[in-house]
Design a protein around this ligand. Structure first.
Ligand SMILES: C[S@@+](CC[C@H](N)C(=O)[O-])C[C@H]1O[C@@H](n2cnc3c(N)ncnc32)[C@H](O)[C@@H]1O
Length: 252
């Protein structure tokens, strides 16, 4: 059994089979988004993410990935975890005329900001605070749960809980996250990014995110650790210059 043999808390972000170098290219340092000491920086990161994703059309790209997973489901019920700014939920609602979306985040300020905007009064949206590791919904309440660009925030044990919880409350859990870069990419880009990370909170968080991204083998191991009955398919999203992600689609 994986759960008996594996030291889950110390599993490398590159997975149990990660190379010596890959194991060194990770960090426990927190992003501003994970810290409680600076609401202002958190808000700046969330706003910068929203602006950047809007400019690149990434909200629509990710919404397309979500809706592809729901083909054949007439009026899908979708739960978005870690919504941050709500851009993905807004794009889903615009692209699908009968989808209902529950837009959530663990951060109370982000949830209040989303609720104060258009999604707060959208007839097919509900805005709520929610922890992805402890989803406050009955079994099978949704057709799909999506957790976009957020999974890497969680250390392995709570990350495995997301697999357990997401596949409990929905038929499908879709994780969309940054791909884990090969070691040479970290080594080449670090000298370029580090000075910018000191100046711009969003680059600071992006740099840490890249070091915390899980590899396909880590994602499969976390799903198996959560419950061997969970089936997971890990793949890259289609090639697109505007954005390309690691996808994990899990179900029971
Ligand atoms: C990098 S932002 C991503 C925001 C948005 N999904 C996007 O793609 O731009 C990560 C988000 O995950 C949220 N988050 C972190 N841990 C979480 C948890 N345990 N449950 C729910 N959301 C969480 C943070 O509050 C933050 O809003």
């Amino acid at each position: 059994m994986v759960s008996e043999a594996l030291d889950i808390d110390n599993m490398p972000r590159g997975g149990p089979d990660a190379s010596w170098l890959d194991r060194r290219l990770q960090t426990d340092r927190l992003e501003y988004l994970d810290r409680d000491d600076s609401d202002d920086r958190k808000r700046r990161v969330i706003r910068a993410l929203d602006r950047g994703e809007k400019r690149l059309g990434q909200h629509d790209l990710m919404a397309g990935i979500v809706l592809d997973e729901l083909r054949g489901v007439p009026d899908p019920r979708i739960l978005e975890l870690g919504a941050g700014h709500g851009g993905l939920s807004r794009a889903i609602l615009a692209l699908h005329q009968s989808a209902r979306v529950t837009v959530t985040d663990i951060d109370a300020t982000s949830v209040a900001d989303i609720a104060a905007g258009d999604l707060g009064s959208h007839p097919r949206a509900t805005v709520r605070e929610m922890d992805a590791t402890e989803i406050d919904s009955p079994d099978r309440s949704y057709d799909l749960v999506v957790f976009a660009q957020s999974f890497h925030h969680l250390p392995p044990r709570p990350a495995a809980r997301v697999f357990a919880e997401g596949t409990r409350v929905a038929d499908k859990l879709l994780i969309i996250d940054l791909p884990r870069l090969p070691p040479w990419r970290h080594i080449v880009q670090s000298p370029l990014l580090l000075p910018l990370a000191l100046m711009f909170p969003v680059v600071h968080d992006g740099y840490i995110s890249a070091l915390r991204a899980y590899s396909p083998s880590a994602l499969r191991t976390l799903a198996r650790y959560a419950d061997p009955a969970i089936r997971v398919e890990v793949r890259r999203s289609a090639f697109n210059l505007r954005g390309r992600w690691e996808l994990a689609v899990a179900s029971r």
